[in-house]
Design a protein around this ligand. Structure first.
Ligand code: PEP
Ligand code: MG
Length: 591
């Protein structure tokens, strides 16, 4: 089929990462291939060349600060911290001195020298094959690109400076790009790499920006100015869509918008099933600024407050007071609903630039992450615990520890929590003595010892994003094995069922806060297996609640029983999809 400019329509299949349809001109962010001239300079030019370099660094600093402040204003200080990390890279004296030395010694132009030196850093880091270091590589690449563009007199690619709507195509969504998405003219995101559970993608979903990831070479196939259509429901990207395709998708988009309206119409009502049972449905947030969205979409509280944003991208950790102010804002905004604050989950794909965390790890997802970090950095942990406890004086707060793998860890964390309480008592600071404490269940060993963990906490919250990755040994952010990341694997159904049974025997409530709970196909299964609450991205709340109000709890239980007996992932998926289709089919009949 040919489009209006007689170009061939091409369909590329990727992984659906954030629902929605958008079409428009592409803006390609190339992270690697800037053309760097190589020029040999007369020695009399060298001082001027160095001066040009220093001036550019100064200008780049101003530019990063501008973006930082823009992001801080729109998204809060937490999200803006990534740019503090960029400033540290920009001002890295080793990088600057080495570049100047090269210019002086080789007499080559500064663009060439700077890019060579930066590339050497990147190569050394790349050889280490370490996730933490890779994150730092992303920072160096981002900053180097910015400096080189400025040296070359090109405009740096700041997403929020886009003057008209664009589909952004990029190798991956870098943390600094993700931080600029809100309020920008970005109408969709397509990437070569990436996965549904990476944090940048979770961000796109919460901003309702359609995204398709895992497209392998989309940045090579597209150039800025090309026209594409992005179907974030199906994970397809159509290059040069023809009139007929645009018309079909225009209809689809309108129908989906009507469906979304239907979802949102009663989203403030409780999620009560046709047979009169109510599932508690909460929202996941990354900071207090997201509380209005949780309430607006009908969330009955915050089921997961990811607290890492304030820690990521800064050379120092936030103080107790700074944290307390943020937690208090969330708690006050959500009154009288509960707010479950998760303690620090640094590591994996949530890296910090703070220097005392920097260390090389072969496998950060299995490494010094979350509670493991906190139990070794007790002061950092206790600062946070005191801040959370103090926020409990302003509304209902619950504390939850991530990545618990053994009873000992839970006992140790509780001991430190008790010390934090004691310190507050000595200070005569107000807090709720009865704050509930929960353990995240996201490591298979935690399920196996759930009966023992139950003796030391008040609730469980299942982090399916990690539980699936550790259970199936499938890295959640590796697009090459994304097809193996299967929530519909029989082992996932069995492990969840085992957990619910153990928790019920001990009368410990179980919530589910991973992305599986936001996928409407899986919600009836989770409820039928015995979940007491679920917590999802705020924008997913209306659909999930709508679905729950259309079904019977006893049918969800029968479904869970049936699915527990199935042995094949495909059969599990088909059974869940047809249950979903029976409930919602009439809504989608035309789409
Ligand atoms: C999870 O692992 O499912 C979870 C909710 O935590 P995160 O995605 O922040 O690791
Ligand atoms: Mg997790």
């Amino acid at each position: 089929m040919l489009d209006r400019n007689n170009k061939k329509e091409e369909i590329v299949q990727g992984v659906a990462a954030s629902p929605g349809v958008a079409h428009g001109e592409v803006f390609v962010i190339h992270q690697r291939d800037l053309e760097i001239p190589v020029l040999e300079l007369e020695s009399t030019y060298i001082p001027r060349e160095i001066e040009r370099f220093e001036r550019t660094l100064f200008e780049t600093r101003k530019e990063i600060l501008r973006v930082r402040n823009e992001v801080a204003e729109r998204l809060g200080e937490g999200e803006a911290k990534i740019f503090d990390a960029h400033l540290l890279v920009l001002e890295d004296t080793a990088l600057i001195d080495e570049t100047i030395r090269q210019v002086e010694e080789t007499h080559y132009n500064v663009e060439h020298c700077y890019s060579e030196v930066a590339q050497r850093y990147i190569d050394v880091f790349a050889a280490l094959d370490d996730e933490y270091i890779k994150e730092r590589m992303t920072d160096i690449r981002d900053v180097t690109r910015r400096v080189l563009q400025n040296l070359l007199g090109q405009t740096a690619q700041n997403l929020y400076e886009l003057t008209s709507e664009r589909v952004v195509a990029s190798e991956d969504v870098s943390p600094s790009d993700a931080a600029q998405l809100e309020g920008s003219k970005v109408i969709a995101v397509v990437t070569d790499a990436g996965s549904r559970t990476s944090h940048a993608v979770i961000m796109a979903r919460s901003l309702k920006i359609p995204a398709v990831v895992g497209l392998h070479d989309i940045t090579k196939r597209l150039s800025s100015g090309d026209y594409v259509l992005v179907d974030g429901y199906d994970g397809t990207v159509i290059i040069n869509p023809g009139e007929e395709t645009l018309f079909r998708y225009g209809k689809l988009k309108q129908e989906r918008l009507n469906i979304q309206k239907a979802f949102e119409k009663n989203s403030l009502l409780p999620a009560t099933t046709l047979d009169g049972k109510t599932l508690k449905v909460f929202g996941n947030i990354g900071g207090p600024e997201e509380c209005p969205a949780v309430l607006g979409y009908g969330g009955g509280g915050v089921g997961l407050y990811r607290t890492e944003a304030m820690f990521i991208g800064s050379d120092r950790f936030p103080t107790e007071e700074e944290q307390f102010q943020a937690y208090r804002r969330a708690v006050e905004a959500m009154q009288p609903n509960p707010v479950i604050i998760r303690t620090l989950d640094l590591g994996g794909d949530k890296m910090v630039s703070s220097f005392h965390f920097a260390q090389e790890e072969e496998n950060p997802f299995m490494g010094f992450r979350a509670i493991r970090f906190c139990l070794e950095h007790r002061d950092v942990f206790k600062d946070q615990l005191r801040a959370i406890l103090r926020a409990s004086a302003f509304g209902e707060v619950r504390i939850m520890y991530p990545m618990i793998s053994s009873v000992e860890e839970l006992i140790q964390a509780n001991r430190i929590l008790e010390e934090a309480r004691e310190e507050l008592r000595n200070r005569h600071a107000a807090f709720d003595e009865k704050v509930q404490v929960g353990s995240m269940i996201e490591i298979p060993s935690a399920v196996i010892v759930a009966d023992l963990l139950a003796e030391h906490c008040d609730f469980f919250s299942v982090g399916t994003n990690d539980l699936i990755q550790y259970l199936l040994a499938v890295d959640r952010v590796n697009d090459r094995i994304a097809h193996l990341y299967q929530p519909n694997h029989p082992a996932v159904v069995r492990i969840l069922s085992q957990l619910m049974e153990a928790a019920q025997a001990k009368k410990v409530p179980v919530g589910v806060c991973g992305e599986m709970a936001a996928d409407p196909i899986y919600v009836p299964l989770l409820y039928g297996l015995g979940a007491d609450s679920i917590s999802v991205t705020p924008t997913s709340l209306p659909e999930v609640k709508y679905l729950l109000r259309r079904m019977k709890f006893k049918d969800a239980q029968a479904l869970a029983k049936k699915v527990a007996k199935l042995t094949d992932p495909e059969a599990i998926y088909m059974t869940l999809s047809s249950f979903y289709a029976q409930l919602m089919g009439d809504l989608f009949k035309d789409t």
